[in-house]
Design a protein around this ligand. Sequence first.
Ligand SMILES: [Fe+2]
Ligand SMILES: [Fe+2]
Length: 196
Amino acid sequence: MGGPNEMKAKFPAMDKGTKEDWEIISGHFKPFASKVADRVLEHLKILDGDFGGFPVDRLQHSLQTATRAHRDGQPDDYVVMALLHDIGDTLGTYNHPDIAAAILKPFVSEKLHWITEKHGIFQGYYFFHHLGQDRDMREAFRGHEHFEDCAEFCEKYDQTAFDASYESAPLEFFEPIVRKVFERPINSIYASVGSE
Ligand SMILES: [Fe+2]
Ligand SMILES: [Fe+2]
């Protein structure tokens, strides 16, 4: 984070920036980036106690989705996706899947990113008809290479994760897996910043 005496870039606008300025900034990026998993885990805790009328709060729903995926033998990156799929509810109230998809994008496969981004529409199969909407909205994606994977995520892990009597693993159980998946971006224009 740094205090007032730390080395800082001197430009008033980026078009006056120098190589030295950017060496200072790059030097800060790596330690900051290395803490992204901690920031994500902290943000997840905001969902604690947030029921929104559901039988379980949003943190428990997230833990239950991830626990079900884990117990079903899904790999770590999938489990982390399951844990974070609704993390956008607080800030992306009208587009929550986009938030989780954007956070995960540098660290997961294109398939897992697609599942995250589209899960809202696919999950709608289980309730849109109760709200006067088209439960088959997902049919617009029928034939897409990840259609069945997204349908499976919702069917097996997401729409089932509202059982108040289910014994989910605690958030601490997932912390090492989250740290591992967020350790190294596989897909980011900033991936090389701060490396030699
Ligand atoms: Fe969702
Ligand atoms: Fe969900």
